[in-house]
Design a protein around this ligand. Structure first.
Ligand SMILES: [Zn+2]
Length: 207
């Protein structure tokens, strides 16, 4: 069951990579709500995500996320400890921190992140962005959300426009036009010197 789940996740990730430019090592943006759920369900975030997605990845967080978690104090003390283990991605709000959720909303505009969050309203927001990869925990199981209809539509539009573009380019290129129209190209004017060798005449067995 677990192997099948991981296989499905890795296929989904390949879909996001092919159609929306996610690159290895994948960047994962982790927020405090995810860390809280990971703590409650005894999930080692980075290790489990690597196993689940079957790939190399780097977990990031932002200063805004850390500060907000710290500000919430005791209830999030364990989650704060976890989230602080990740590399801090410079979000641009240094000195003027904003809410963790708002910071994530800004971050997905500047870089390709797989966002991991349990925050329902943030999840809802991210689902509206075509091609945005979203991951959350279902109890202790990570779930990479399958592409929404909007995402699928955009991906197929991209493919068809790429095909049209390729066809146009091929039409402009005479070499490829021949391939497209199945025309035979003219042979070079100068014959191959090897083919010009005089034929040997054999008479009565002698050359
Ligand atoms: Zn920020």
């Amino acid at each position: 069951m677990k192997i099948l789940r991981n296989k499905k996740a890795s296929k989904l990730l390949a879909y996001y990579a092919t159609n929306f430019g996610y690159k290895q090592p994948y960047q994962v943006l982790v927020d405090a709500t995810f860390c809280q759920a990971a703590l409650q369900n005894k999930v080692a975030v980075e290790d489990q995500l690597k196993k689940y997605l079957q790939t190399d990845l780097r977990c990031f967080t932002t200063q805004c996320i850390i500060l907000e978690a710290e500000h919430l104090g005791q209830p999030l003390i364990g989650a704060t400890r976890i989230v602080k283990q990740f590399s801090v991605f410079k979000c641009g709000h240094e000195g003027k921190p904003i809410g963790g959720s708002d910071c994530v909303r800004d971050m997905v505009k500047v870089s390709k992140f797989i966002v991991t969050t349990q925050d329902r309203s943030l999840q809802h927001y991210l689902r509206q962005i075509p091609g945005q990869a979203l991951l959350y925990l279902h109890r202790s199981a990570p779930v990479l959300e399958p592409p929404s209809k909007k995402t699928k539509d955009i991906a197929s539009q991209k493919i068809s426009s790429l095909l049209t573009k390729a066809q146009k380019t091929l039409r402009k290129d005479p070499v490829h036009t021949d391939i497209l129209t199945n025309k035979k190209r003219k042979k070079p004017k100068n014959p191959n010197p090897l083919s010009c060798k005089k034929k040997k005449i054999v008479k009565n067995g002698k050359v």
